[in-house]
Write a new protein. Structure first.
Lengths: 152, 791
């Protein structure tokens, strides 16, 4: 499955970049986030629980950031498994300064889901992915944007 | 039943005798595999691959072994060390029991966990850590043969260098091509691509077994959901090296098979290995998702068919090319000499002078199978294509679908009929069946109604299927499974008091053998079916048989039963002659009794004769009254029928409503009309299923999208219309009682009647074909395209 989107965040580009650079902050915004462990430089183990329809699974993800160009381009890859299911994620993010106080984030993601989650949840995957993405950006904005700002 | 004197009424052939087995089933006293409880029994669960194609880099069972209750874990490496990692399939391929270094389809078996409880086994399976490296996936069989397609089976690249399993063809290609060339010039040619989708038999009871090894006696007992217990015993012996007389396979009550329980699955083998390893009985029972996603599927044929005819629509030649998707292992259940089964029955009920069929089979990253789902080895695919094509031809030459069939039927006087593809049809009267169906349903009136409705913008369709089945394999010289010839058997013992124990080589999964086989004996010996117990499914007691599938029980096992009973009667005649002090030739038989010709009051009942067989046997005969027959049929049988379906289509939703469905079946001599009726109702519902609902679909990554009954839609009573049935009787000339078998006719005949009706409803706007399952979405898309949708 391929996803993409564009978000405008009411914060300057270097502030957004700094936030995205800090995996602990990003992880807090990941829906279902449970724990994060550093395995090495730019290499983490993350545990995330996901529910798709009636199926709930706790994924253990191996996360890396193979590409980084400060302050505007970042690639994140993750591969993980849960009993009977597996997932591979690849995210590509570009930041553009709209003006001194606003940043546009263009992102693309490729997700391959295998196993029970894919079989049982097939009809719900797209919707669930969109919902989870929405939650992630809502969290991101809440943490980055000055209180009272309501740009969406 | 008329008799010449006061013989007993014995409920023989043609009587709607209530099923003897129902007494235990309706009381909840059946004994299925999962009902079996043994002391100290362990429970199993299987670790399965989430990937459709991946390398296994490692399996870590250390955490799983720590899970409370887990007793043992078996991996592919363990099996490899014991020489059991691979097993032969029914089609000469080898299949991984547990994957060693590579998984080839989602849900493939990777490790086998046994524990003190089913829950602990599941927890243990979840704790097994498998490190996979995903590989490119081949889902579309048309891409399996591309030069850049990944080779799915490097394990056999020496003998099969590509993903192509076989190319098989039959018929006279040159004569067929010439007939097409002629038709292109002076007649008509119709062509159609069609897909008969991958479906699953989905029996109510999933597959499973209990394996119990007694180390003291060296005897292995396996209770398993098996449609062919003897063949499975022999295969177990060959694969495991255990002596065959120390293996006992018991197929207890089985909750539906439909072909799904013909293959040997990895779970059975692993349960046996686990029982040997732990010294304790091991039970393995699939859940619904495992059954749907990993055990034998059916169909999955991509068909291109062409008919050459003259301008009047008289058929000349049939040409068929098929691409068969067999999945990761070629585990199709076929007689050895017929890689595409009996698919070349595809000239159907029609008198084609020439035909040619070619089939290519390929591997994909899908579960193995290709079993005969309530049909005799690819007959459903064959019947579907020819019945769809006859409708296409009718449209092309502007004739009614009934008329084109009546015009092209094999005539009754042409039997035994040799088809262009080499089959010898035993008997048939296709016109009589179709005319009866047309009369019963009011065909002409329905066509008038359709024309009126069409004028008002309403969509109504009438579909016909005049199918010919081919069932009852052997003969043994042409048909074998893994080398074992497809005969079948019956052993009858008449006890001194005239009660009977009959043991048969076929096995029931709900067909009612305990009743129908008792009725065959009743008809032959004049002993009430109440006094005849029929046993089956236990390899230590039943005579060797090839099992129940492909509608072969009555044609083969039923014939063995009739012949064995006749042997009993022959001996009874000798005993009666001795008792009555007359010559054998002076005796007449009436059901249950021999009497002296000309003196009907002077006779001996079969019960009196049985008693004498043990108490006053003629000195020149062996005592006792028993007989065995192993029956190798001289030919297959060819049941047939004509089905007519009437549908209305909702222009708002695209939904197809089956208003009427009439099935005229001809299965030759009917043993028990009530059981035949039940078989037809069930079979029609399983024929409705692929027509409108069922498809085992895969996404592009090889994930199964029909892994449960939420996503894989089987029809229930809510979806099932009222079935109307009628019958003609054209006995098989070569079968001892003239029976042909009926279990699969409705599944074979029904889908195309429904598909033809839907296409018929839309034919006036140019629709010629819609692939099954014909879902509301597909119909609605067509309505939208044709400007007919009201929403």
């Amino acid at each position: 499955m391929d996803f993409s989107g564009s978000q405008t965040i009411a914060a300057p580009i270097d502030k957004v970049w700094a936030f995205l650079l800090d995996v602990n902050k990003v992880a807090e915004c990941a829906p279902g986030f449970q724990s994060l462990e550093v395995l090495g430089e730019e290499h983490w183990k993350a545990v995330v629980s996901v529910g798709i329809g009636a199926v709930k699974a706790k994924f253990t993800l191996d996360v890396t950031r193979p590409e980084m160009h400060e302050p505007d381009h970042m690639v994140v890859k993750a591969r993980g498994k849960a009993p009977g299911s597996a997932v591979e994620l690849s995210g590509d993010m570009h930041l553009t300064a709209v003006d001194s106080g606003q940043t546009r984030m263009d992102w693309e993601a490729k997700v391959i889901v295998s196993g029970t989650i894919a079989s049982v949840g097939a009809r719900l995957l797209q919707g669930t992915a969109e919902k989870l993405t929405g939650q992630f950006f809502a969290c991101l904005k809440a943490k980055l944007e000055p209180a009272g700002s309501s740009q969406s | 039943m008329t008799t010449t004197s006061a013989g007993p009424h014995v409920h023989g052939l043609g009587e709607p005798y209530k099923r003897k087995e129902d007494a235990r089933f309706i009381r909840g006293k059946g004994n299925y595999v999962d009902d079996i409880q043994l002391p100290g029994m362990l429970y199993a669960d299987i670790v399965r691959s989430p990937y459709a194609h991946a390398l296994i880099k490692g399996i870590d069972i250390s955490k799983a072994l720590q899970v409370p209750g887990v007793v043992a874990i078996i991996t592919g490496k363990d099996l490899e060390a014991a020489g059991l990692a691979w097993m032969p399939t029914l089609s000469g391929d080898t299949e991984a029991v547990l994957a060693v270094d590579r998984v080839l389809y989602q849900m493939q078996e990777v490790a086998f966990v046994v524990a003190e409880s089913r829950y602990a086994a599941a927890d243990g399976a979840a704790a097994v850590e498998v490190d996979y490296e995903p590989l490119p996936v081949v889902v579309d069989p048309r891409k399996a043969l591309a030069p850049d397609a990944p080779l799915l089976r490097p394990d056999k690249k020496d003998r099969q260098p590509t993903n192509q399993i076989y190319h098989w063809e039959t018929g006279d290609r040159a004569a067929t091509d010439a007939a097409f060339a002629e038709a292109e010039q002076n007649g008509v040619v119709v062509r159609q691509d069609m897909y008969v989708p991958r479906i699953h038999p989905a029996p109510i009871e999933t597959c499973g077994c209990v394996a119990d090894y007694n180390a003291a006696t060296g005897k292995l007992t396996v209770w398993m959901t098996s449609q062919a217990p003897h063949a499975h015993r022999t295969l177990f012996a060959i694969v495991s090296g255990l002596p065959e007389h120390r293996i006992r396979v018991i197929s207890p009550d089985v909750g539906g098979g439909f072909g799904n329980k013909v293959p040997i699955y990895p779970g059975y083998v692993c349960a046996v290995v686990a029982a040997l390893k732990t010294g304790r009985p091991v039970k393995w029972i699939e859940d619904r998702t495992e059954n749907l996603t990993s055990t034998g599927f059916a169909r999955d044929y991509h068909i291109h068919a062409e008919i050459a005819a003259d301008k009047e629509g008289t058929v000349k030649a049939l040409r068929v090319y098929t691409l068969a998707d067999h999945g990761a292992f070629d585990a199709a259940a076929q007689p050895t000499k017929f890689p595409a089964g009996l698919f070349h029955i595809c000239t159907g009920s029609y008198d084609f002078k020439h035909a040619h069929v070619a089939v290519d089979a390929v591997h994909t990253n899908k579960a193995p199978g290709g079993i005969a789902y309530r049909c005799s080895f690819r007959v459903t695919e064959a019947s579907y294509l020819i019945e769809r094509m006859m409708d296409t031809l009718a449209r092309e030459v502007g004739k009614d679908p009934a008329e084109i069939r009546l015009q092209n039927f094999i005539k009754p006087e042409a039997f035994p009929y040799r088809s262009a593809l080499g089959w010898t049809y035993d008997s048939g009267n296709y016109e009589r069946a179709l005319r009866l169906a047309m009369e019963k349903i009011g065909y002409e009136e329905l066509r008038r109604e359709q024309a009126e409705k069409r004028a008002r913008g309403e969509l109504m369709g009438i579909g016909i299927s005049s199918f010919t089945e081919i069932v009852g394999a052997g003969p043994g010289k042409h048909f074998d499974i893994a080398g074992i010839q497809m005969f079948d058997s019956c052993e009858i013992r008449v006890h001194p008091t005239g009660k009977v124990l009959a043991r048969i080589g076929v096995q029931t999964q709900g067909q009612g053998h305990e009743t129908t086989f008792a009725q065959i004996i009743a008809a032959e010996l004049g002993i009430s079916p109440d006094d005849v117990d029929v046993e089956h499914g236990d390899t230590d007691t039943a005579p060797y048989g090839l099992g129940t599938y492909a509608s072969r029980s009555t044609p083969v096992g039923g014939a063995a039963t009739a012949v064995a009973a006749r042997k009993i009667r022959d001996k009874a005649r000798k005993i009666a002659a001795y008792l009555l002090e007359v010559g054998e030739e002076d005796l007449e038989w009436e059901p249950g009794r021999f009497y002296v010709r000309g003196s009907p009051s002077k006779g001996k009942t079969i019960q009196e004769i049985a008693f004498a067989a043990y108490t006053n046997c003629p000195p020149y005969l062996e005592p006792g009254l028993e007989a065995v027959n192993y029956y190798d049929p001289p030919n297959l049988t060819y049941p047939f029928g004509s089905y007519i379906c009437v549908v209305d289509i909702d222009r708002g939703t695209g939904e197809v409503h089956i208003r009427r469905f009439l099935a005229v079946d001809d299965c030759g001599t009917v043993i028990n009309p009530m059981i035949v009726e039940g078989q037809i109702h069930g079979g029609l519902t399983q024929g409705l299923a692929p027509a409108l609902y069922e498809q085992l679909a895969y996404d592009e990554d090889g994930n199964v999208l029909g892994s449960n009954f939420q996503d894989y839609l089987i029809p229930t009573a809510m979806e099932t219309p009222r079935w109307e049935t009628a019958r003609t009787v054209t006995p098989s000339p070569h079968h001892p009682i003239g029976a042909k078998g009926v279990g699969e006719s409705p599944t074979v005949g029904a889908p195309q009647a429904i598909a033809n009706a839907v296409v018929d409803a839309l034919a006036h706007v140019g629709v010629r074909h819609i692939d099954i399952p014909i879902t509301p979405w597909k119909v609605w898309a067509i309505l939208k395209e044709k400007g007919l949708a009201t929403a």
